[in-house]
Design a protein around this ligand. Sequence first.
Ligand SMILES: N[C@@H](CCC(=O)N[C@@H](CS)C(=O)NCC(=O)O)C(=O)O
Length: 258
Amino acid sequence: MARKQGKAAKLKPAKRKSSANKVAKQPKPIELYYWPTPNGFKITIMLEECGLPYVIKPVNISKGEQFNPDFLKIAPNNRMPAIIDPQGPGGRPISVFESGAILQYLGRKSGKFYPADERARVEVEQWLFWQMGGLGPMAGQLNHFKHYARETLDYAIKRYEDEVNRLYGVMDARLKSRPFLAGKYSIADMACVGWANLWQRQGQDIEQFPNLKRWLEAVKARPAVKRGMAVGLELRQGIDMKDPKVQAVLFNQRAKVA
Ligand SMILES: N[C@@H](CCC(=O)N[C@@H](CS)C(=O)NCC(=O)O)C(=O)O
């Protein structure tokens, strides 16, 4: 909705406005360095939910654009998503990497989906960090070993399938007595939905988790979530994750020592 698609990776900060045209001009859109994956969707969902104007800067991770020097200046972990907000604190540009930190930043900026009240905020943060440290990495490793690894390693597949199953059990228990992870809908739900949506691919049976199933349907029914999870899907069309050239970019990455 609030989105435009731009060309990748010219990371010039926004020029300062003169005071004469400050009032009349629209705010500059947030630049979202993005590829359509569950980590990317977290941010498109939040931007759509908040109605914040943004422009997509595609980072084609299958071609290695996450290693472009300009991108590394704002995202030193060579992973998307990252943002540049031209109207950051003090009216100056700011860049943020790590999807959890971006969600928190946008939550503070907009005053939405990330409550200021300390108790409510702690509820959100526990589940946000649970996703960042648990569900995301475990499901990511499962995806690797189950779908992409050149050797079939039963031990690794079982290890991560079990762990994702355990995490879904934790989520299901949490959702038994509340509609959303932190009570009210929040950035914690946005962080999880793209991952939980892949339950089939993760070898899980959603019927084992009725509360998670109800939550997933409710979150996915939100118009902003639908829009957010549709952003840029066309970008990855025709990309074969089993292509050795793609795997050479994405797998076996080691430290690049200067
Ligand atoms: N902890 C990071 C993880 C981001 C991440 O893993 N991004 C993946 C796509 S989902 C990526 O950019 N991969 C590029 C690569 O593996 O080189 C976050 O949540 O922002």
